[in-house]
Write a protein that binds this ligand. Structure first.
Ligand code: AKG
Length: 366
């Protein structure tokens, strides 16, 4: 027994030394090494973090981000092909879900649009009963405001009459226990589209539901109301968005810059080189043209998917609020929000079925 304890202590010491060494190399790399080397070190540190702790370290994630920015997205594009090998794509097949049945040819058409434009809006709407279910849940769920509401810095119930902040995000631990949200998570169509787009079996890497309130006179960075790109789960991901309330021009529609997701895009180079910052509307219009700004309005139940490597933002609601649900489909390895979040109870039979059929999609929730 004594011998085993000693071995464990030695192994822990070796691990700590390794972590320290990687940290030191990382800091050195940060200052002196060219971006491809920084990127590769980020990958190695990221893999270590994922397999050792179930989560990439923030430092490794920053190195991947730097390489993405310095290479105008090319580093990430190459990494996408490499990382796809760890979760091979299944053979495409027709799938059914909340929006109906989609043949392989229909899925291909959606993916062609995603590859060209960076986003795709579905023709069908989500069933009204699902929107009802999720809206009722969001009306009573504690949510995190983007700025303190009065003196309150903790969770609050969103009050549409007197919001006090711009955005109210429902913590994922509450959302994933909700039947309507579990129905969304169970949907095989969105998994299949993401899989064909990413050329790899995705995992659901995050579930976000939030209110965008009519509050304040200026768009705010804290509410993602200025143009930016995401880097949630490098090297590749696709986000599903569902409007749970009607969204007209005054309810804070999502705006996506068509085609801006592509790597090595000349118009994106200067913005990406700035790093993870917010960008002024005027600059985006000057670079991509006004016609590239796609403001997505639609009735409740409107569904779209977007590669948010492209530039996008939510707008500031000026007349009425917006409730939106978002699911992130990605490779789990470098997901910055990757920490495991087991679902306390499966209340939706469709999720039970999907878990049985494609367990790896739910790696983070088991
Ligand atoms: O509120 C919105 O529509 C923008 C959301 C956003 O920026 C994001 O999901 O990354």
């Amino acid at each position: 027994m004594y011998g085993q304890g000693k071995m464990e202590r030695n192994a822990t010491r070796t691990n700590l030394t390794l972590i320290k060494l990687l940290g030191r190399i990382g800091r050195l790399a940060h200052k002196h090494l060219p971006f491809p080397v920084k990127g590769v070190l980020g990958v190695v540190q990221g893999l270590y973090g994922y397999y050792r702790h179930g989560q990439i370290s923030h430092a490794a994630w920053c190195q991947l981000l730097e390489s993405h920015c310095a290479s105008n997205g090319r580093f990430t594009e190459h990494l996408k092909r490499v990382i796809a090998v760890s979760r091979p794509q299944r053979r495409p097949a027709p799938v059914s879900g909340l929006l109906g049945t989609f043949s392989v040819a229909e899925q291909r058409k959606i993916v062609d649009v995603l590859e060209r434009d960076g986003f795709y809006r579905f023709d069908a709407l989500m069933p009204a009963d699902l929107c009802d279910q999720i809206e009722r849940f969001a009306q009573r769920a504690p949510a995190e405001p983007d700025t303190p509401v009065g003196d309150i810095t903790s969770l609050v119930i969103y009050d549409p009459g007197n919001p006090g902040a711009r955005v109210f995000k429902i913590p994922e631990r509450f959302s994933i226990a909700e039947a309507g949200v579990q129905r969304l998570m169970a949907d095989e169509v969105f998994v299949a589209v993401a899989e064909m787009y990413l050329k790899s079996l995705p995992a659901i890497g995050g579930v976000d539901i939030w209110w965008s309130a009519r509050y304040g006179n200026e768009p705010a960075s804290s509410a993602a109301q200025l143009f930016h790109f995401d880097f949630d789960a490098p090297p590749a991901w696709l986000k599903l968005f569902v409007y749970m309330t009607d969204v007209g021009p005054d309810n804070g529609p999502h705006v996506y810059v068509k085609g801006s997701h592509r790597a090595n895009l000349i118009s994106a180079r200067a913005f990406r080189a700035r790093g993870y910052t917010r960008i002024d509307d005027k600059e985006i219009i000057a670079a991509f043209g006004r016609d590239a700004l796609m403001s997505i309005t639609g009735p409740r139940g409107t569904v779209f998917m977007a590669d948010t490597r492209g530039f996008h933002k939510g707008t500031l609601p000026t007349a009425g609020h917006r409730l939106i649900a978002q699911l992130l489909y990605c490779s789990p390895v470098f997901n910055e929000h990757g920490v495991a979040r087991p679902i306390s109870e499966i209340v939706e039979p469709a999720l039970e079925t999907s878990l049985g059929k494609m367990p790896r999609v739910y790696d983070r929730f088991r």
